[in-house]
Design a protein around this ligand. Structure first.
Ligand SMILES: C[S@@+](CC[C@H](N)C(=O)[O-])C[C@H]1O[C@@H](n2cnc3c(N)ncnc32)[C@H](O)[C@@H]1O
Length: 258
């Protein structure tokens, strides 16, 4: 069973993040793109619609549908041995890099970034989004960590936290041949806390409404740095009228291979 099938991702995915045009803007959606651990393929579909040639990978053996150019069996640590050096103009890993661990899959984010460096052409870009390192203190966030299966990471004072540490990622990118172009909070992850027993059709409609609400704030309004906090607050207030959730910061980093 895939990670997605185990978690009813088809209904959860639209509730938790938007991350489409605000992850890969149209001007970057071009050339040959690797969508690493592409999940259900919604980002791959968007990139293909923009005219890019997209390869979508999955760690598991079976692809969820036939419409995309799936390459299966690509767990972290198997990228460079699978694809030709310098093949891609862009590599995208949306909400993936916080998962691989040495213990579980024999690859940590250092290894994965190194591999992205090998399969990207010089000047090619890496676009990643991930849960920022945080310590879940309340029940809702503990539930989020358990549901997603986020591996534990050590905090600056020896605490156990979850998500990717930005200082660690910066060092990883610098040491593996990347220059960072931008690093920012993309949007808050919104994890539902009260959906038990809700009919699937209702959830699917809710997901569509959540996606279009987020699109309105994050893409149509595309707020600048100073306007953003107010816009994000307004967005969360509107979403809170639709469902109950806890939030977690999502970081987006764009780096360029030297
Ligand atoms: C939150 S989902 C994101 C999926 C997709 N990118 C999306 O945004 O919908 C996390 C993904 O990480 C993948 N993953 C976890 N550990 C992995 C590993 N060691 N190697 C490759 N992918 C991994 C899971 O299979 C899952 O598809």
């Amino acid at each position: 069973m895939t990670w997605e099938a185990n978690r009813s991702w088809h209904v959860m995915r639209p509730l938790v993040y938007y991350l489409i045009e605000n992850l890969v803007p149209r001007e970057m959606a071009d050339g040959r793109i690797l969508d690493f651990s592409a999940g259900l393929g919604d980002l791959s579909r968007y990139l293909t619609e923009q005219g890019a040639e997209v390869v979508s990978t999955l760690p598991e053996a079976t692809a969820p549908n036939g419409e995309l150019n799936w390459v299966t069996g690509i767990a972290a640590g198997r990228i460079a041995e699978t694809f030709e050096a310098g093949l891609f103009d862009l590599a995208v890993a949306r909400m993936v890099l916080q998962f691989p661990t040495w213990e579980g899959d024999r690859a940590d984010p250092d290894t994965v970034v190194e591999e992205f460096g090998q399969v990207l052409r010089p000047g090619g870009r890496l676009v990643i989004a991930f849960h920022e390192f945080a310590m879940p203190l309340d029940e809702g966030r503990r539930e989020l960590v358990n549901y997603l299966g986020l591996p534990p990471r050590e905090g600056p004072h020896g605490e156990t936290g979850y998500g990717l540490k930005v200082p660690m990622l910066v060092t990883t990118l610098q040491n593996r041949g990347f220059d960072i172009e931008t690093a920012e909070h993309a949007e808050p992850f919104t994890f539902p806390t009260s959906l038990e027993g809700v009919d699937e059709g209702v959830l699917e409609r809710l997901g569509r409404d959540v996606m279009s609400t987020k699109r309105r704030y994050l893409v149509d309004r595309a707020p600048g740095t100073y306007e953003r906090p107010g816009v994000i607050r307004e967005m969360l207030e509107e979403l809170a009228e639709m469902f109950r959730f806890v939030t977690w910061p999502i970081v987006r980093v764009v780096a360029r291979r030297r």
